[in-house]
Design a binder for this molecule. Structure first.
Ligand SMILES: [Zn+2]
Ligand SMILES: [Zn+2]
Length: 371
């Protein structure tokens, strides 16, 4: 009986001890230091990025999705009990990354906001700057090699490595390697081939178990050389269902498959959550086995056509305009631009005269094309 009692009380002590270890570093039975769990939430924000990272009481957010996703991210963070942020990284000023950032900046107290030194002249980006002014927050520029602590985890800036990447916002993306015990995660925003190569060449160890696949799985990123340098076991692609860009591209999926990377996708699986205890990583779902590349949607193909067609027409007109300035309807006495879509089929005459000359001859400008 005494033996049973002793056994019982030992169990009780063990139970109490194991219940108390949240937030406190303890020695495990193997002698290895136990650390607080790290959670990485790749939030499904459609076409765009937003990743919430929590370690103990510390939390950080990488990107804020599109313009209309700020509140969705806020709701997600509320459900996760996140009331303030230690870090907010806005990788670059494209709208699918900084769109909802103004909501996050306005609603949360944030210790450190890291943004690249590259601005974009868009209403979306101006909203972000305005919210920073409103909260009187200053921005910390990313310095490659700088390391920040996040609870029992830490992250090191690995990009951007150049001050000037021309007008490609993607290559200015803030990139980091996040370290938690023996587990590592790499995030590169939308960094493309050139910036990826600079990350490989900067000699910081970027090997990791998890890679957030760059630029939503676009073939402009994820070169074989980069994937080999990270050599991830898992890749997470954040993209929208039937997005207009055709992300993820087949070429990227092929590279990942060839390198034996297991892939998770927000377009197919919703929000993806990885939990690390420093020794193992567990997931809220199993990797996808669809390997289905995106296709540019019909509407976007139509939109692109619309974008291109007028241009082609304009070029044609410029060539012809050396001869033809306007198309006249000699009957109704109206004159049109040669590109007007209600050009006369009868009583039509091509003119090489100037506008004033035609008006002097009592011709009226077409109301549709406003020549
Ligand atoms: Zn993007
Ligand atoms: Zn981008």
């Amino acid at each position: 009986m005494r033996k049973i009692l002793t056994l019982f009380s030992t169990c009780l002590i063990l139970l109490v001890l194991s219940g108390c270890n949240s937030g406190i570093q303890t020695q495990s039975s193997e002698g290895e230091t136990e650390i607080q769990n790290l959670e990485v939430h790749f939030i499904d924000v459609g076409q765009g990025d937003a990743t919430l990272i929590k370690c103990g009481d510390a939390s950080m957010l990488i990107d804020g999705g599109e313009n209309d996703k700020g509140t969705l991210i806020q709701n997600y963070m509320n459900k996760q009990g996140v009331k303030s942020l230690d870090y907010f990284i806005v990788t670059h000023p494209d709208s699918d990354h900084c769109g909802g950032a103004d909501v996050i900046i306005t609603k949360y107290d944030i210790d450190t906001i890291i943004m690249p030194n590259y601005e974009k002249d868009t209403a979306t980006y101006r909203d972000v700057v305005q919210s920073l002014d409103y909260k009187r927050y200053s921005v910390t520029p990313p310095v490659v090699g700088n390391t920040y602590s996040l609870g029992d985890a830490e992250f090191t800036i690995i990009g951007p490595n150049k001050k000037n990447y021309g007008n490609d916002a993607n290559n200015y993306s803030v990139a980091i390697v996040l370290k938690h015990g023996r587990k590592r995660f790499v995030f590169t925003g939308d960094a493309e081939e050139e910036a990826e190569m600079d990350i490989v060449n900067n000699k910081i160890d970027i090997s990791a178990q998890v890679l957030k696949v760059g630029h939503h799985g676009s073939k402009s990123s994820s070169t074989e050389k980069f994937i080999k340098a990270v050599s991830p076991e898992y890749g997470v692609i954040s993209c929208g269902e039937e997005n207009e860009y055709g992300h993820p591209h087949g070429a990227t999926l092929n590279t990942l498959r060839k390198e034996g990377v297991k892939v998770f996708r927000t377009d197919e699986q919703g929000s993806i959550v990885a939990t690390s205890d420093g020794k193992e990583i567990t997931w809220n779902t199993v990797p996808t086995d669809s390997w289905k590349a995106g296709e540019p949607t019909k509407s976007s193909t139509e939109n692109k056509k619309k974008d291109i067609e007028p241009k082609e027409q304009v070029e044609e007109t410029t060539n012809n305009s050396q001869k033809i300035t306007y198309v006249l309807n000699t009957e109704s006495k109206k004159f049109h631009k040669p590109t007007c879509d209600s050009l006369p089929t009868t009583n039509r005459s091509n003119s090489m005269q100037k506008r004033e000359e035609l008006i002097a001859q009592e011709y009226m400008p077409c109301k549709k094309c406003n020549p």
